[in-house]
Design a protein around this ligand. Structure first.
Ligand code: ADP
Ligand code: MG
Length: 560
């Protein structure tokens, strides 16, 4: 048989259900795709205008409108971007997986950067059929002499094209919703969805409820009490077109950072401090990471990292992009270089990801180091709030541990905070390489008192993560081991001569042997220098950690 070549054809009847049902995990994605297309169309128009390829009227104001109409069961997405000629509709709409975005970037790549263009795969438009039984496009290209085009399709596999009566530049997409998707015609639901994805879209975005319009018109005159001509307030876009993370950090004020935090995370506690990521090379990464204040002492941190792609929200807490420990922080990241896959919620490969996450890790460690070195007082103040984050980071990421190991501090029972080295140095005469710690200041109050009276020092390690953290330090710093304050009494706290009579000692011996019913029990009687504490119970560090572990694993110890 001779050699034969050809192109594989796709049967749309078969591929459509796949696009409609499985490509996108969430239904509301359709609005993300359509408004993203509208935004691309406007951005392209802006670029053409800037390059002198098109002249627009003076009063041209770019905007995108979403109009819901309960009565008609329609959603309209209207933009005044570059529009499409009938050839372009044939090329970009009638051919699935053919992206005008990629074409555009390719065509103008020498004259302009590809900044802010969202489209890529040439599939997004078809997500409209996830919620619609019929989709209509009316579009008029910016090009001189262009004729408006109408494109209609029921279900997506067949279409009709004809003349449209659209008279102004841009594109109007009309979705005739299917009965199982009517929730999106609700203004409130639509507002929520738009705010989720487009709170920071670069083009002004408006929402209108066409079913509600007449009602509004009646209200207006009644409000006008002064008798003056009522000037209807200009509608406000629902997005912030210039989000703080895109500004130069030098131009941002403390107030702005705090306001942005409250607005985005609905957290009315002020953040402790933040890191503004602002990088163009070797990859484009912008964002702000906040260290939140914990609301109560034993709260574990619960963060939220919102990922954006050219100012369009992608998802929260994407594990593939953000090092896990960073998810304890709150922040926004905008990374247009991310190789997102078609559905945009996952990554195609992780080459960039490793670079991005190690860059972020470094920035976080640098910031902590700079506070430690230059604002030590603040660092101490923040420590109670940030220590779970730092410790978790050390446990999860070796690189992070290496960067911050010298700035980990411990709260001391003598007041203030010490580093591990300081602690060891301060106490080396009394107990070399041994770190005494308190895990519960109330429960161990007697021991703390005993320590204070004997001029001994312990550190406070009372968060959930500390058991793991101590094990980490023991494995990293050779020789060092942690001992809970009630695990061991140092010789310096004991009296050399107990001063207890022989018969009392043997009485105690018998008493203990009988109580635990073990003739061979070794009983040693010692006496503290201190006479305000009648007796102390000790449990070795090893036994205690074993006990805690078995409690954690539900009683039965499973060492597998
Ligand atoms: P992508 O955005 O990934 O390129 P889509 O399926 O979302 O793929 O859209 C395909 C193409 O259709 C776009 O690249 C663009 O050329 C064209 N298009 C879609 N919506 C619009 C619009 N509102 N205005 C102008 N062109 C559009
Ligand atoms: Mg698109």
């Amino acid at each position: 048989m001779g050699q034969e070549r050809g192109s594989i054809s796709i049967n749309t009847e078969n591929i459509f259900p796949i696009i409609k049902k499985w490509l996108y995990s969430e239904k509301d994605i359709f609005i993300r795709e359509l408004v993203s297309n509208a935004s691309d169309a406007v951005n392209k128009m802006k670029k053409l205008e800037a390059m002198g390829e098109a002249q627009l009227p003076e009063d041209n104001k770019y905007e995108i409108k979403v109009i819901v109409n309960k009565n008609e069961k329609t959603i309209k997405v209207l933009d005044n971007g570059l529009g499409m000629t009938d050839e372009e509709v044939k090329k970009y709409i009638n051919q699935i997986a053919f992206s005008g975005a990629v074409d555009f970037i390719e065509k103008y790549k020498d004259k302009s950067d590809d900044g802010q263009i969202i489209g890529h795969f040439g599939l997004g438009f078809y997500s409209a059929f996830m919620v619609s039984e019929r989709v209509q496009i009316d579009t008029l290209s910016y090009q001189n002499g262009a004729k408006a085009v109408k494109w209609v399709s029921d279900g997506g596999t067949e279409f009709e094209m004809s003349d449209s009566d659209k008279t102004d530049r841009g594109t109007l997409i009309t979705l005739y919703l299917s009965d199982d998707s009517l929730e999106f015609v609700d203004e409130y639901k639509m507002r929520q969805t738009l705010e989720k994805y487009f709170a920071f879209l670069p083009i002004e975005l408006y929402l209108e409820d066409a079913a509600k319009e007449p009602e509004k018109a009646e209200e207006k005159p009644a409000e006008d009490k002064s008798g003056e001509e009522a000037v209807p307030a200009a509608p406000k876009p629902l997005n912030d077109t210039a989000p703080l993370w895109l500004k130069n950090p030098r131009d941002c004020t403390e107030e702005e950072y705090k306001q942005f935090y409250t607005k985005v995370f609905h957290d009315f506690n002020e953040p402790l401090f933040w890191i503004h990521l602002n990088m163009d090379y070797p990859f484009n990464l912008k964002g702000i990471l906040y260290f939140p204040k914990l609301k109560h002492e034993f709260e574990t941190m619960e963060g939220q990292i919102k990922l954006y792609y050219n100012q369009v929200f992608v998802a929260d807490n994407i594990k593939e992009v953000i090092p896990e420990f960073l998810m304890l922080l709150k922040g926004v990241l905008d990374c247009p270089d991310l190789p997102l896959n078609v559905s945009r919620s996952f990554l195609q490969n992780d080459g960039y990801v490793n670079k991005i996450s190690s860059h972020i890790t470094k920035k976080v460690a640098d910031k902590l180091t700079s506070i430690f070195e230059n604002e030590r007082e603040n660092y101490d103040k923040y420590w109670d709030d940030i220590n779970p984050f730092v410790k978790y980071g050390c446990i999860r990421e070796e690189k992070f541990y290496d960067r911050v190991k010298d700035i980990i501090i411990y709260k001391s029972t003598k007041g203030g905070y010490v580093t591990l080295n300081q602690y060891l140095e301060n106490n080396k005469e009394k107990h070399e390489n041994k770190v005494f710690y308190v895990s519960d200041e109330n429960q161990q109050a007697q021991y703390v008192k005993l320590f204070n009276e004997n001029d001994m020092e312990a550190v406070i390690l009372s968060t959930m993560i500390d058991n793991h953290f101590m094990s980490l330090i023991e494995s990293k710093v050779s020789g060092v081991h942690f001992n809970r304050i009630d695990a061991d009494i140092s010789d310096s706290m004991k009296q050399e001569n107990t001063g207890i009579a022989e018969e009392d000692v043997s009485y105690l011996e018998t008493l203990f042997k009988e109580t635990v019913n073990d003739e061979k029990l070794k009983v040693q009687v010692e006496s503290l220098k201190n006479d305000t504490i009648p007796a102390v119970v000790l449990l070795s560090e090893q036994s205690r950690r074993m006990q805690e572990m078995s409690r954690m694993y539900g009683g039965g110890m499973d060492m597998s």
